[in-house]
Design a protein around this ligand. Structure first.
Ligand SMILES: Nc1ncnc2c1ncn2[C@@H]1O[C@H](COP(=O)(O)OP(=O)(O)OP(=O)(O)O)[C@@H](O)[C@H]1O
Ligand SMILES: [Mg+2]
Length: 430
């Protein structure tokens, strides 16, 4: 390269660069005729960071010790007790998940304890879980509380954002990548983590019975790609923020020991179940009951009888269903359950608003009738516990706006009329 030539060639990617500032070609030695462009430095940095760091921390020993220590802390009854603090009802689901988590740990421990044995020992199969239940009944909440409780990496990925490679959206590898970052880039921990795929029903084949549209190659492709992950494969992905190109450095994660939990509302699956039951057992006579009135209990009765065939009809490919041996169903929440959700959990909405008001020197009181009115309203909205907070927020808006005008010690009472007739809450000076 002649000294006066303004273009410099990167010795790695051979691209010609016209330096506008010294930062365009951070390393340049004209005497050695050597240069590296900023892009190549970034790539090298990623290779070093991802591979070396990943491998250095991948100390299986450490992971094995951590598991042995934690296994005494996550016995099923302990996990359930923890979840009980936040989630009302759903006892069966809590039990199933607690057992699934405990078994996952035991399976890991077994693997570590027998890893040096020469003859091929029997492995304990993992039991991936599928959870289903109506909207707003606590699926996502259950899993996010589990995630905060456990020490092993746990990543939640929204399956509805996933697309087949080549389509606009995220590739399925994103789920594993999220786990890798949840494990602080520790490969050994990542390979024993838990992936929760939320909104899993959204990737059902549209030609399933729940839908009328026919051709739907995209979703089936996502399922096929997920299947590879569920089966236990080496998944390859680029670091966060890295462009995907053939030379981009990749991180490889073996999903063999990752526990998968998938969940969704599976809207309409109760109809598929009812149809099947009607065919096999004419005595049950669903549908013969008064329509509308018994809608809720009917849904719960049906959902607990879901079988793999129903899921297949819904549009999940049989190979995936085969990889999800544990089916966990959640029930819909009735008025009493909603009433408890308002006040009982550690993070109950009423407690949260009371804390907020306390900071303005205000005692916030909800009359019992007001709480019941909120629960009743939420039932009408048919979105489970999801609407509770919105209903309170509506009522509280004016109060939250006006209260900070003064520092006086006051008591605010929310009455039934506040909820039903938009009446103003009672304010007393104390
Ligand atoms: N059984 C429950 N106990 C306590 N809180 C609950 C319960 N069910 C739902 N909630 C609360 O209601 C809100 C919505 O619940 P969540 O997001 O878990 O619903 P979901 O079952 O995932 O619904 P969707 O299928 O629509 O995603 C959350 O704030 C959660 O804390
Ligand atoms: Mg959810």
């Amino acid at each position: 390269m002649p000294q006066n030539d303004p273009t410099i060639q990167c010795s790695f990617c051979k691209r010609k660069i016209v330096p506008k500032s010294q930062y365009d070609v951070p390393i340049y030695d004209p005497r050695a005729n050597f240069a590296i462009c900023a892009n190549c430095i970034k790539d090298i940095y990623h290779v070093l960071e991802e591979h070396q760091q990943g491998e250095a921390v991948a100390q299986t020993e450490e992971t094995a010790n951590a598991i042995a220590e934690e296994i005494s802390r996550i016995k099923p009854h302990m996990v359930k007790e923890y979840l009980d603090q936040y989630i009302i009802n759903q006892d069966r689901a809590k039990k199933i998940l607690s057992v699934a988590i405990y078994n996952h740990y035991k399976r890991m421990q077994y693997g570590f304890q027998h890893k040096d044995e020469s003859e091929a020992i029997e492995e304990i199969d993992k039991s991936n879980v599928i959870i289903m239940g109506p909207s707003g009944c606590g699926k996502t909440a259950l899993l996010s509380h589990l995630a905060t409780m456990l020490d092993i990496p746990f990543a939640v990925t929204d399956a509805s954002s996933l697309t087949e490679a080549g389509f606009v959206g995220s590739d399925v590898e994103v789920a594993v990548r999220n786990l890798y970052y949840a494990a602080d880039k520790d490969l050994a921990r990542c390979e024993h983590g838990i992936i929760y795929l939320d909104e899993f029903d959204k990737i059902a084949r549209k030609s399933g019975e729940n839908n009328t549209i026919t051709a739907d190659p995209g979703h089936e492709g996502v399922q096929q790609a997920l299947l590879k992950m569920l089966e236990g494969n080496v998944v390859e992905f680029t670091a966060r923020g890295q462009r995907k190109h053939p030379e981009a450095p990749t991180i490889k994660v073996d999903t063999k020991n990752i526990l998968f939990i998938v969940g969704g509302a599976f809207v309409g699956i109760e109809k598929i179940i009812a149809k099947r039951l009607k065919k096999t057992d004419s005595n049950i006579g669903f549908g013969a009951k008064i329509e509308g009135q018994e809608e809720k209990p009917k849904f719960d009765e049906l959902i607990h009888q879901v079988t793999p065939e129903d899921l297949m009809k819904f549009g999940i490919i049989p190979e995936i269903i085969g990889r999800l041996p544990v089916i966990c169903t959640l029930e819909s929440l009735d008025e009493d359950a909603l009433l408890r959700i308002l006040t009982e959990p550690k993070n109950a909405p009423v407690k949260q608003y009371q804390k907020l008001m306390e900071m303005d020197n205000v005692e916030l009181v909800f009359e019992d009738a007001a709480l019941r009115a909120i629960a009743k309203k939420a039932i009408e909205r048919k979105t489970g516990a999801r609407s509770l907070k919105g209903i309170i927020e509506d009522t509280m808006l004016d109060i939250m706006f006006d209260i900070p005008r003064s520092d006086k010690h006051r008591k605010v009472t929310i009455t039934e009329a506040c909820i039903n007739d938009q009446a103003q809450p009672l304010i007393e000076e104390l």
